[in-house]
Design a protein around this ligand. Structure first.
Ligand code: PEP
Ligand code: MG
Length: 539
């Protein structure tokens, strides 16, 4: 047995096989062709090969894990034989005289969007399948192995590091745990793992090599320990730990359906953070009182192109409806820095965290922003949606935002499209500038939510992606607490509410401090809701 040590960023104990994450071909370019029939032939050949690969996988999997668990490979074969799908691809190659890769990629996106917008849950699930089969065809066409993981059952996903766009595109049902060589605790990958409640260990270092592919392992996300070929003793000890964790979770269920209120009566709203409508199951299971941060950029990161207004509308509507009238704070696009989508074609920057990201992109590319605002306002007719803007640093930005939001409302009114005109508009306090002028900003919005992850990196000048400066990025630093306190004072003087949605919200060492500051709402990853409610109710 060998033990690797890293940093546990999401608790939980799991046993399984390690599989290394593989990177795919990257963005697919549109290339004009002179001989479309030759491209159609290339597509047909790749499709045939993909079907044959799936047949082999099906036979292998049904022997190893049983027929029922292998059906997916058969479904994928059927998808590749579907006439609508094939005709859409060959039609596009012939009509637009483009390369096969481009047509496959475009068709996959269109079909996935169509499935994703369906009412039926089963059909919505097919969006991931159509992407999956198309990736297989693309990898044959490009000769570059498909990215992601390829396994019959769930595995421990290992990687040097994972970008947020890579993490969101993984099929979560196949991930037992994440183990990465690099990474930092406040990176978006760690945040995603916590949101999904998947045990994760980061910063294992050079000992995590691809030679470990296929090895049996046990991951302890509480301590950051990864055991290769665990012996009987270790297995026994970890199984006890896993059982105790399950018992603790069971015990917490007594806090379901309760208000979050201290013994002397101070009440707080306890919300959850999500990255996609798929996280709603966890939100409801953990009894969050609302959604305090929907990181809408993950919709963009899991797409190959700008998500349409309709696709966004369906996603926001689904979340709003599932919360049945309880508040859902949706943050507008916060792309850039570590969250990159190739189709945005953002130029490389020396300091991307201080560069073109979040609201800066939205204000310089208003068409993208207005499409999102239209989708958000349309969804506001189906629940209690609040819209939140990231990375604000000035009054001027807020004036521009309010003008664009007013334009969108006016356009919808003219077209008689229903929306809630009283939709709350709020901002994230995640730059020192916003906190310092929070008295002025508070007069222009309905709420604040403190993004402590960025507020920490910008106030303490410590890159949240850079593990080597982690010791300088102490979110308990007096400077951070004073900025939060001042923002709370500004909010309350202007009569608006203030929450915290950064990772610090779940830090129980500060819960008392936040209550004393009069913070009105805390938004944490879904699995952190009940432990925090238990703590507050006992205070
Ligand atoms: C934050 O910065 O604290 C925050 C909640 O936003 P993100 O982590 O997505 O940057
Ligand atoms: Mg942020």
């Amino acid at each position: 047995m060998t033990k690797l040590n890293g940093k546990g960023v999401c608790g939980g104990v799991v046993f399984g096989k390690i599989q290394f994450y593989r990177r795919g071909a990257g963005p697919i370019e549109r290339v004009p062709v002179d001989d479309p029939e030759a491209e159609v032939k290339r597509f047909e050949a790749a499709r045939g090969k993909a079907v044959a690969e799936l047949a082999v996988l099906y036979t292998k999997a049904s022997k190893e894990v049983g027929e029922e668990n292998s059906l997916l490979f058969q479904i994928h074969q059927m998808m590749l034989e579907d006439l609508d799908y094939c005709d859409a691809i060959t039609g596009q190659i012939r009509e637009e005289k483009v390369n096969a890769e481009y047509a496959v990629n475009e068709t996959a996106q269109k079909f996935a969007d169509m499935f994703a917008s369906m009412d039926d849950e089963y059909m919505r699930g097919r969006a991931a399948d159509v992407r999956d089969v198309s990736r297989r065809v693309l990898s044959i066409l490009t000769g570059v192995p498909a990215g992601g993981i390829e396994s019959d059952g769930p595995v421990i996903v290992a990687a040097d590091d994972l970008a947020p766009s890579e993490t969101v595109q993984l099929d979560k049902s196949k991930v037992l745990a994440f183990v990465t060589a690099g990474g930092s605790a406040s990176s978006h990958t760690a945040i995603l793992a916590r949101t999904m409640g998947i045990p994760a260990v980061i910063g294992v270092g050079g000992a995590l090599t691809e030679e470990l592919d296929g090895r049996e392992a046990a991951v302890d996300g509480f301590t950051g320990e990864v055991y290769l070929d665990p012996d009987e003793d270790t297995r026994g000890h970890l199984q006890v730990k896993a059982r105790k964790d399950a018992e603790y979770r069971q015990l917490l269920s007594q806090y379901r359906g309760k208000e979050t209120r201290t013994k002397d009566g101070q009440q707080l709203l306890l919300y959850a953070n999500i990255g996609s409508p798929d996280d709603m199951e966890a939100v409801l299971n953990n009894d969050a009182e609302g959604v305090g941060l929907f990181r809408s950029e993950f919709l963009y990161l899991e797409s190959e192109d700008y998500p349409t207004e309709e696709r966004q509308f369906q996603a926001y509507k689904e979340v709003a409806e599932k919360m049945e009238g309880r508040r859902v704070v949706i943050r507008t696009l916060d792309i850039g820095a570590d969250k990159q989508a190739a189709y945005f074609r953002l130029p490389p920057e020396d300091n991307p965290a201080m560069g073109m990201r979040a609201i800066r992109i939205c204000l310089t590319r208003p068409e993208i922003f207005k499409t999102q605002l239209r989708a958000l306002y349309r969804a506001s007719a189906y629940g209690k949606i609040a819209i939140m803007f990231p990375l604000i640093t000035s009054v001027r930005e807020l004036r521009e935002i309010r003008k664009l939001a007013a334009d969108v409302r006016a356009e919808l009114s003219v077209k008689n499209i229903p929306f809630n005109p009283d939709t709350e508009l709020g901002i994230m306090i995640e730059t020192p500038a916003a906190a310092v002028i929070s008295d002025q900003l508070a007069k222009m919005v309905d709420f604040f939510s403190v993004g402590t992850n960025d507020l920490t990196q910008y106030t303490l000048a410590a890159d949240r992606q850079n593990e080597s400066v982690a010791e300088f990025a102490d979110p308990h630093h007096e400077a951070i607490l004073r900025l939060i306190e001042y923002s709370a004072k500004s909010a309350h003087e202007a009569g608006i509410w203030i929450g915290i949605c950064g990772e610090l919200a779940a830090d129980q060492e500060l819960t008392r401090t936040f209550l004393q500051m009069g913070i009105d709402e805390l938004s944490v990853s879904p699995p952190a809701v009940l432990p925090l409610r238990a703590r507050i109710c006992q205070m």
